[in-house]
Write a protein that binds this ligand. Structure first.
Ligand code: GLU
Length: 427
């Protein structure tokens, strides 16, 4: 118990992600003509689970860990959402991320509700064996809650395709047969989808290109892009932006970033990152801090790290004309207002980073049908859904005279509310 308490962060975040999620919801519902009971119902998570479980460390000692899984909504289908391993995980953060998954899936029109899970752990502090044991024990604690027809986990910050494979194996061993559709984001050889690894970053860049078209900026080689975060989302966004001909001037990870006004050679950066595990000391670049990255001279800023990065402290110093949110909840409501006042276009998280869950949906469909698609088909369908969702959101923004964040939230909340009305309250 002492170990569990030591693992539990007691001090609240300065700005909690849940505060952001609820503030966005409260703002969006003001534009909708919805009964109070519907508004109230959708504000609550449907179920919340906390699990405390033991893991044997390599030194033979048992350590307790705390994990969560929150199902925000199951109105439109089984709940869907990633699992995060991080020392910043709190129940409030998981609640926020689950709520955003509900809106994200509704916005891009895939038949899912929203969920999220998290374990309070620094995955880098564990050996591979410890990581596997922690994952298998957490997965077995989740057995009563997950199934291919009720709740389907996926990767998120700090989790990988290998971790998804262990979850799939643990579930399959428990029920006695292989169930690939229990998680998405798996390695391809056990039922993962082509293109899932690249999907979120690719979707971010698809949104960037549509937004730039609307802003009348189509010369990609003259468009400078800065990307915060070099995990799955940031690194794949950088790779695809480079492939599309953008000038990627800055990228960063938790330790800091690198900058080159003439553009970074992203394939070389990716090799350097793979070899050294960090971005620092990349040749032909200057070091810069994360704050400097967010406020550097660029046309497009892609926050792809984590929540609460663009705040009232730095929003007025941002030089980009377009912000495309690769992370979930990177911008606080206070910063949203500053960005809006300054006339900066922002493509919100639930739209911009939806590519991940869209290809997760394709993976689930392929697993349920035991029929694999090729990569071209995956990317063609991803492109179709992202572009349709982008222009659907633009239409709502014009109709209500609101920014893209409000338009995305309005669209998503309206869809869940309509389904809820049709289904009715039980009993
Ligand atoms: N964790 C990702 C997200 O935040 C993907 C979730 C999924 O694929 O289910 O959208």
């Amino acid at each position: 118990m002492v170990a569990a308490l030591m693992n539990t962060r007691v001090e609240p975040h300065i700005t909690s992600a849940y505060h952001t999620a609820i503030a966005q919801y409260n703002r969006a519902t003001q534009y909708l003509d919805l009964e109070d009971d519907l508004v109230d119902f959708m504000r609550y998570p449907r179920r919340e689970f906390t699990v405390n479980f033991p893991v044997r460390r390599d030194n033979g000692k048992i350590e307790m860990f705390t994990g969560y899984r929150v199902h925000h909504s199951t109105v439109l289908g089984p709940s869907k959402g990633g699992i995060r391993y991080s020392m910043d995980v709190t129940l409030d953060e998981v609640r926020a991320l689950a709520m955003w998954m509900t809106w994200k899936c509704a916005l891009v029109n895939i038949p899912y509700g929203g969920a999220k899970g998290g374990v309070l752990v620094d995955p880098k502090s564990l050996s591979l064996r410890e990581l596997e044991n922690l994952t298998r024990r957490y997965a077995s604690e989740l057995i009563p809650l997950i199934s291919p027809h009720s709740d389907i986990p996926a990767p998120d910050m700090g989790t990988t395709p290998q971790i998804m494979a262990w979850i799939m194996d643990t579930y399959s061993m428990t029920v006695g047969y292989s169930v690939p559709a229990i998680v998405t984001g798996k390695p391809i050889n056990i039922g993962g989808s082509q293109g899932r690894t690249e999907a979120t970053g690719r979707g971010v860049v698809i949104c960037t290109m549509e937004a730039l078209k609307q802003l009348g900026k189509s010369n990609k080689s003259k468009t400078n892009v800065a990307i915060q975060g070099f995990g799955n989302v940031g690194s794949n966004a950088a790779a695809y932006a480079y492939e599309m001909g953008f000038n990627v001037v800055a990228v960063s990870d938790i330790y800091g970033g690198i900058y080159n006004a003439n553009g970074l050679d992203i394939p070389a950066v990716l090799t350097h990152f793979k070899q050294t595990g960090s971005l620092t000391n990349f040749p032909e670049s200057e070091p810069l801090t994360n704050d400097e990255l967010l406020t550097c001279r660029c046309d497009v800023l892609i926050p792809a790290a984590m929540e609460n990065q663009i705040t009232e402290d730095n929003a007025s110093r941002i030089q980009a004309k377009l912000i495309v949110e690769g992370a979930n909840g990177p911008t606080t409501p206070e910063a949203d207002d500053i960005i809006d006042d300054r006339g900066i276009t922002l493509v919100p998280d639930i739209l911009a980073n939806a590519g991940g869950v869209v290809v997760s949906y394709f993976e689930w469909v392929q697993d349920l049908q035991s029929f694999a698609w090729d990569k071209d088909e995956v990317f063609r369908q991803l492109q179709r859904i992202m572009v349709n969702s982008y222009y659907g959101t633009v239409e709502v923004a014009e109709k209500h005279q609101v920014n893209m964040r409000m338009a995305a939230q309005i669209t998503a909340i309206q869809r869940v509310a309509d389904a809820l009305k049709t289904r009715g309250f039980y009993p």
